[in-house]
Structure formats: C-alpha cells, structure tokens
Design a protein. Structure first.
Length: 126
C-alpha cells in the first residue's frame, strides 16, 4: 500500500474468522512510520481529509529535523506514528469485532515507499 489512510477492517476480520471468543483483540503494527486508527468508514473523504490534516500538522522538509538520512518523508512519518499510535484494543463479542456502525480500522501509511507492513493480532478471551 502506498502513502495514505487505508481501510483494513475486512483484512482484520478475515484473520478472526472462526473465532468463538468474547474478549479483547489487540491489533498492533510493527513499524515506526505507520500507524493504526479507528474512525468513520462510511465516507471515503474522511481518509483523504485525515491524510491532509496529518501532512499539515507534520510537514516534510522542516529545517529543524535532524533525522533526514532516509528521506524527507521519514521523520514526519515517525512523528505522525507517535501521534496516531501503533495499536488498537477492540472488544470481541461472539467471535466478531464489536465496532460501531460507522467505525472502521485504518492503516495509516506515512511513507511514500514504506514497504511491506506487518500487523500482529492477539485475542484474549473465552
């Protein structure tokens, strides 16, 4: 996936197929320049707006960045990842994520060429 805010709810729910648990699901991305978020999934403009907001909050090529060896999008990506976060804790009810009607899980890719991303899903419950 390229840079942007990508809806991954279906990917996460496929990984939980056949689960009979009621409990808690932790979803964690194993990277420092991408993040996970829970937000509205009904209007695709939300994804575009979020990406624009992040870019405005943490611009590229700021003269005060010291960590610039890996490109102009690298340090801003690390900062955005800290702001958004690397994990989500979600309720599981009867084997399904118990999300609100309009909630979706997003993978926020903050690098132009971030490469493959790994997500760990852990479920604790009965």
């Amino acid at each position: 996936m390229g840079r942007g805010v990508h809806l991954i709810t279906a990917y996460i729910t496929r990984q939980l197929a056949g689960l009979k648990a009621t409990g808690i699901c932790n979803v964690m991305i194993k990277h420092t320049s991408a993040a996970l978020a829970l937000n509205e999934n009904a209007d695709p403009d939300v994804r575009t707006d979020l990406a624009a907001i992040f870019d405005r909050m943490v611009p590229e090529n700021a003269p005060y960045y010291l960590h610039t060896f890996e490109g102009s999008d690298d340090m801003p990506a690390h900062a955005k990842s800290v702001i958004v976060g690397a994990s989500l804790t979600l309720p599981v009810t009867d084997g399904r994520l118990n999300l609100g009607t309009w909630q979706g899980i997003y993978m926020c890719e903050f690098r132009d060429c971030g490469g493959p991303r790994n997500i760990v899903i852990t479920v604790v419950g009965e």
